[in-house]
Design a binder for this molecule. Structure first.
Ligand SMILES: *Cc1c(COP(=O)(O)O)cnc(C)c1O
Length: 390
């Protein structure tokens, strides 16, 4: 057994990031400035986005997306229960009503037919989450959005580096929010990026910085003017240059980090794919998976222990794991406000009961990967339900 604990997710931070931060600090420009602008430009190029706006979180990006589209009280927004609370909290913040629909059994992404069935005259938008880094069915969702005159917003917190039909996630004209939270595939500690048409992002840029009619940071540059106007009560959602410095260094090594994630996934799939105890993640033929998460699902009939006990066994073997996600409808706020029952979304609920996320990070060594595999297979061996021969 390992003698130290393997954390579920460790960011890969090296000298490049450290030096970039020191340089940013020495430059005297701490808040949004030239590094933030450069990060926007390079991120745009990386995901082929029409335009990009650097922010302090993905949550900020999702909130701004809804505000820019004038979504508010009386409106309904359709989304998935299989996501982090932020995707749905932002709908509540606008005063609109989140409408949850169940997910597809393999990818755990929004089920397009269920989305269509949930549409009412109040529906204004769909928030599609690219769960674990596997893109949602964008062609079908775009067709529904077009037919019913709805906005499609993408929560791409997991999907930096993902593509659908060869098109990078973030390359569309619609608003798409990325996360650079500490555990995400590319991190700035905290941070986010909103991509989409420059028309939509121009308003988001104003709304994301107090509602000022011109970018505050340029006021302090050489020749900057003191005057500004508040055109609406905005938010404080800007990214700092210190964060952007980390982001630029991470972007430089992003392809290598993704390649390492793919290697680890290959090793896991090879180790677990042949055992009927496990359901390994699927990748549909027309997508590039970003592999933010490796979600292993247990087949309860094959084991004498449940998921929670499986996680305890992993912890006892000094391997960190997590669960993505406790479905939205099971959190007390949503359960009580909308009177949800656990089996209202049976696919999401069943998946939740049997899932655990294994460590997946480019910072992992081959030994770390082997330790995770050994732990999983050892638990399987020990707790396999014995079959009685017929
Ligand atoms: C991490 C995450 C978010 C929030 O990202 P922040 O940058 O922390 O605001 C939103 N949606 C999903 C699906 C996430 O996993």
């Amino acid at each position: 057994m390992r003698d130290n604990f393997l954390p579920f997710s460790l960011p890969l931070i090296g000298n490049e990031e450290i030096e970039a931060v020191v340089e940013a600090l020495r430059s005297g420009w701490l808040t949004s400035g030239p590094r933030m602008k450069q990060f926007e430009t390079e991120f745009c190029q990386a995901v082929h986005a029409p335009s990009a706006l650097a922010l302090n979180s993905c949550t900020a990006g999702l909130h701004l997306a809804l505000k820019v589209l004038n979504i508010g009280p009386g409106d309904e927004v359709i989304t998935t229960p299989m996501t982090f609370a932020a995707s749905v909290n932002v709908i509540e913040h606008t005063g609109a009503t989140p409408v949850l629909v169940d997910v597809e059994p393999d990818t755990l992404n929004l089920q397009p037919d269920a989305v269509e069935q949930a549409i009412t005259p109040q529906t204004r938008a769909i928030i599609a989450v690219h769960y674990a880094g596997h893109p949602a069915e964008l062609i079908a969702l775009r067709a529904i959005a077009e037919q019913y005159n709805l906005h499609l917003i993408e929560d791409a917190a997991h999907a930096i580096g993902a593509a659908f039909d060869g098109q990078p996630i973030g390359s569309g004209e619609n608003l798409t929010a990325f996360s650079f939270y500490a555990t995400k595939n590319l991190t700035t500690g905290e941070g986010g990026m909103l991509t989409g048409s420059s028309e939509l992002l121009d308003r988001a840029r104003v709304l994301g910085l107090h509602g000022m009619n011109r970018e505050a940071w340029s006021r302090y540059a050489a020749g900057g003017k003191w005057a500004y106007d508040i055109v609406e009560p905005g938010f404080k959602y800007n990214m700092t240059d210190v964060q952007a410095a980390i982001g630029l260094a991470q972007l430089n090594r992003f392809d290598r980090m993704q390649a390492r994630r793919h290697e680890i996934v290959q090793a896991y799939n090879k180790a677990f794919g042949s055992h009927s105890t496990f359901l390994i993640p699927t990748t549909r033929a027309h997508v590039t998976h970003a592999w933010h998460l490796y979600v292993l699902r247990l087949r309860p009939a094959e084991l004498s222990i449940n998921r929670n006990q499986f996680i305890d066994e992993m912890t006892a073997r000094r391997i960190g794991t997590s669960v993505h996600f406790i479905p939205i409808h099971m959190h007390s706020y949503y359960r009580d406000k909308y009177n949800f029952h656990p089996d209202d979304f049976p696919v999401a609920h069943t998946a939740f009961q049997n899932m655990l996320s294994l460590p997946l990070s480019p910072s992992m060594s081959d030994q770390d990967v082997a330790d995770v595999i050994d732990a999983v297979l050892d638990i399987r061996q020990k707790f396999a339900r014995r079959r009685i021969a017929a």
